[in-house]
Design a protein around this ligand. Structure first.
Ligand code: FES
Ligand code: MG
Length: 557
């Protein structure tokens, strides 16, 4: 019995008392005198992405016991994207604090973090880095693909595409009901390269999950075996380390940022890496990330940048094979949780003859990385665009601003037939950042105004201080920093202004003279909800949340 045993002043008495209470659950002295491996239980009826967690826990426990440890599962907050009001991002830091404090408070020698749905893995890593108890990440795994009338469907890139068709009048309500049963056909996480899949890849690149385990489908027997192996490995970690901070070095983050570019990963991945790095006392340099994207091409042919799904990526060789193709773009000497270096794992990657999902560097899916960092007078602290999933023709575009002052304003007016909007306008959404909405909703994917959608318009330049689902496609500028609600220049834009996007020049600019912007600044007032006194967790959140470039963590974490 190890950590944190002196809380009653007398260490001997503390140990005696803890033994007495845990024996109430029927444990023997033999069981208790072993490395204790905590296992987070994030099962929730509200979280189908974690529907397989009970079976994974069972297998982790088996692995722990086969290796001579004692598994102890404990509950933490669980977050599903679709059932988290106001947003899952609002709750991510709560889950991080819960995870950190439960790891710290309870006597465990190592911990297995089981997460999958978008915010859960970042929250668990943020907490684990701060607690710095040896930790291993186990991903719940992606869903299998869906099928409808001979077409393959993926959550939730196709959810958006099909909803767009419904809005344009091409799919009726009856067919939408059938489709709602086919888009997410199994337990597990969204199976396109959205945020959950992105984090599954990044934990392998960071070296904090066993190789090849980030991509195994949620329902596959290999997923159960990965859980058993992770349990076994946790017993090793309990006695020999490394701790999260031993692993999560600048080299590990650079490798993760490189993989993020090469997979055409979710823009959310960048925010989460910044938050995890910050917990390790490091930072993510947006300009360095942009520079990586200029030399590291997208190599994975997955939706929404390409055509395939996570199960195909997995069977094509997964992250180890990708890392092999990335060669010296990665720091091959970075250590990983299984004792091998990143380079050794890449060298051992399985070769799959004929696979076309993981491209060689000589024939990439896109000649550049997935994301670019933009700056300019609209985004002095940076903004991001996933240009691998954007329309080529719009990457350099100047247009008239059509401004929505909040998510609510956008919802109320975007389909108004009287809205003054044309296909070459720039849709602007503001007050949807970390403090503005609050919780930085995934509202950055503004729908195409109905009258334009019905006329066949598929994409427009859209800019905001919001986030966007990693599963979405479009020419969409996100995370504009500082956000409008804290006085960022996005708050000064007026409908009719001219906005220039030039991705090659990495610029997002508002073509309005400085004197005029100063005049508008003098008239600006913050959104009403920031002036009112919030209570409870919302008070904590609004007082302490940082901007996107710092990962939207709390300033005191
Ligand atoms: Fe959980 Fe997409 S909703 S991963
Ligand atoms: Mg998502």
């Amino acid at each position: 019995m190890r950590r944190n045993l002196a809380s009653y002043g007398d260490p001997g008495f503390s140990l005696f008392l803890r033994k007495a209470f845990i024996k109430a659950a029927g444990y023997s002295d033999d069981a208790l005198d072993r490395p204790i491996i905590g296992i987070t239980n994030t099962f929730s009826d509200f979280n189908p992405c974690h529907g397989n967690v009970p079976r994974l826990i069972e297998a982790v426990k088996r692995g722990v016991m086969l290796a001579g440890g004692l598994p102890m599962e404990f509950p933490t907050v669980s977050i599903h994207e679709s059932f988290s009001n106001p947003t899952s991002m609002f709750l991510r830091n709560l889950m991080a604090m819960d995870t950190e404090e439960m790891i710290r408070a309870q006597p465990m020698d190592a911990v297995v973090l089981i997460g999958g749905c978008d915010k859960t893995v970042p929250a668990q890593l943020m907490g684990a880095v701060s607690a710095n108890v040896p930790a291993i990440q186990l991903i719940t795994g992606p869903m299998l693909v869906g099928h409808h009338k001979g077409e393959i469907l993926g959550a939730c890139t196709d959810c958006r595409r099909l909803w767009g068709q419904h809005r344009a009048g091409h799919l009726d309500a009856e067919e939408m009901d059938v489709l709602s049963g086919r888009l997410a056909p199994t337990q597990g996480t969204c199976m396109v390269m959205g945020t959950a899949s992105t984090m599954g890849c990044l934990v392998e690149a960071l070296g904090i999950a066993l190789p090849w385990t980030g991509t195994i489908p949620a329902t596959h027997a290999d997923r159960i075996r990965a859980a058993e192996a992770s349990g076994r490995q946790a017993v090793q970690l309990a006695t020999h380390g490394p701790t999260p901070r031993d692993l999560l070095t600048p080299a590990a983050f650079r490798n993760a940022l490189t993989v993020l570019q090469a997979i055409g990963g979710s823009t959310n991945g960048l925010v989460h890496l910044a938050a995890i790095a910050r917990r390790a006392g490091l930072s993510v340099d947006l300009d360095a990330f942009d520079a990586i994207g200029r030399s590291v091409p997208v190599l994975i042919d997955l939706k929404p940048s390409g055509d395939h799904y996570m199960e195909h990526f997995h069977w094509a060789g997964g992250v180890p094979k990708l890392m092999k193709e990335l060669g010296d773009h990665l720091d091959r000497s970075a250590p990983t949780i299984d004792g091998r270096t990143i380079g050794e794992i890449a060298d051992a990657a399985e070769e799959v003859p004929g696979q076309a999902i993981i491209r060689p560097a000589s024939a990439p899916l896109k000649p550049f990385g997935g994301m670019a960092v933009l700056r300019g007078n609209l985004a002095p602290g940076g903004a991001v665009i996933k240009h691998s999933a954007a329309s080529e023709a719009l990457l350099r575009h100047t247009g008239r601003a059509v401004v929505f002052d909040s998510v609510e304003d956008m919802v109320n007016r975007i389909d108004d037939p009287g809205l003054d909007v044309q296909a070459d306008d720039v849709l602007v959404l503001r007050n949807a950042g970390p403090k503005g909405a609050p919780g930085m909703p995934e509202a950055g994917y503004l729908p195409i105004p109905k009258k334009l959608a019905q006329a066949g318009v598929k994409d427009m330049v859209r800019i905001s201080d919001a986030r966007m689902s990693g599963t979405a496609f479009g020419t969409i500028v996100l995370h504009i920093t500082p956000e409008a609600a804290v006085g960022g220049p996005l708050g000064l834009v007026r409908s009719g202004d001219t906005i220039r996007l030039d991705v090659a020049a990495r610029e997002i600019a508002l073509l309005v003279p400085d004197e005029e912007l100063e005049r508008r600044r003098a008239e600006w007032t913050p959104p009403a909800h920031l002036a009112e006194a919030a209570r409870g967790y919302q008070h904590l959140y609004l007082t302490h949340v940082l901007q996107a470039d710092e990962g939207c963590d709390f300033d005191f974490c």
